[in-house]
Design a protein. Structure first.
Length: 335
């Protein structure tokens, strides 16, 4: 079935982390009133009374007339035409658990860069299977971007992905303006999996930095990560795609080198000698690459793509392989 987004489509955001907060900020800055599902009582109260999220991006002040924060998921979804998912992938099922309103007449946009743990599915695949939605009414909103820079008005290039270019344009209109530049794609599969894989590779870069490897090696590691990602996408779902453009390569690069990168930080902590458990406990936000490493390995068992970098990260995270020895072994497999 075809799905066309109307010109006056109303938006709602599910989630209250940094990326969700930045997305609401973009929508509200364009003069829209945004429905916002916030299940944390402290955050909800602060948004209602002060127009700020006290936990994430607390320096971003909202016009309270342009946001409608609520802990009523059914109400928020009912009043929206476009529902934007911006929770950590590990918590997506918990966030959606109270939902009783059907999604069949909604357009769902995933702004999540992760795999649903346990289900071994991307968010798009999960929504398609568990809510019976056509891929024609599911899209992506992705980077390269970090919420911290988007919220501060730094020049950012974002990508909207839909099977119907017209729907992508309609969604893009909601975010356009200021320091936001937009591009569009129909490659739902490639861009979503690329955004998942780059988190694993950023973890590998963090490991290398923590272990004392220099810029020369990091350049080789990231170049090989690009090739590994391209191989996986082409062998698992061939399509006409250019993985050198920003939605693939740019997203990989910013996640590998940015000071805001949670996945790089997780790898850095482990490289510095922290156990995986203690490193995870030290993280204040979710590092999607931790869950992605397990899920991608499970998915790749079907495709059997040669992925030495992703395999190394998996072994360090889940099998207790020593980080230093694992990285030394990996160096022999890179070109």
């Amino acid at each position: 079935m075809e799905y066309k987004i109307g010109t006056g489509a109303r938006c709602a955001v599910i989630g209250y982390g940094s990326w969700a907060t930045a997305i609401v900020g973009l929508l509200a800055a364009n003069g829209q009133r945004v429905g916002w599902y916030v299940r944390n009582p402290e955050v909800l109260e602060s948004l209602r009374t002060e127009g700020r999220n006290p936990r994430y991006l607390s320096d971003l002040e909202f016009d309270r007339d342009r946001i409608a924060p609520s802990d009523d998921l059914d109400g928020v979804v009912h009043d929206a035409d476009i529902v934007i998912l911006a929770t950590p992938s590990a918590y997506l099922k918990d966030f959606l658990a109270p939902l009783t309103v059907p999604l069949r007449d909604k357009f769902i946009v995933s702004a999540i860069k992760g795999i649903v743990p346990g289900d071994y599915q991307t968010v798009v695949e999960y929504i398609h299977d568990h809510y019976g939605l056509s891929y024609k009414q599911i899209g992506l909103f992705t980077g390269p971007s970090h919420a911290e820079e988007v919220s501060r008005g730094k020049l950012s290039y974002l990508t909207v992905v839909c099977t119907d270019p017209g729907n992508a344009q309609r969604i893009g209109e909601k975010f356009a303006g200021g320091n936001i530049r937009l591009s569009y794609s129909t490659d739902l599969y490639g861009i979503e999996y690329g955004a998942i894989l780059k988190n694993i590779y950023a973890l590998a870069v963090g490991l290398a930095v923590g272990l004392g490897y220099g810029d020369n090696f990091l350049a080789v590691l990231i170049a090989n990560s690009t090739g590994e990602m391209t191989r996986f996408l082409e062998e698992s779902y061939p399509d006409k795609r250019d993985t050198q453009v920003s939605a693939y390569l740019g997203d990989l690069l910013v996640t590998c080198y940015s000071v805001y990168s949670r996945n790089r930080r997780l790898g850095l902590l482990i490289g510095h000698g922290c156990t995986v458990k203690s490193a995870l406990n030290e993280m204040t936000m979710v590092a999607e690459g931790y869950f992605a490493a397990d899920c991608i390995r499970h998915i790749n068992a079907r495709h059997k793509v040669d992925m030495p970098i992703a395999e190394t990260v998996y072994r360090v995270l889940y099998e207790g392989a020593p980080a230093r020895r694992s990285m030394q072994e990996l160096t022999t497999k890179l070109i």
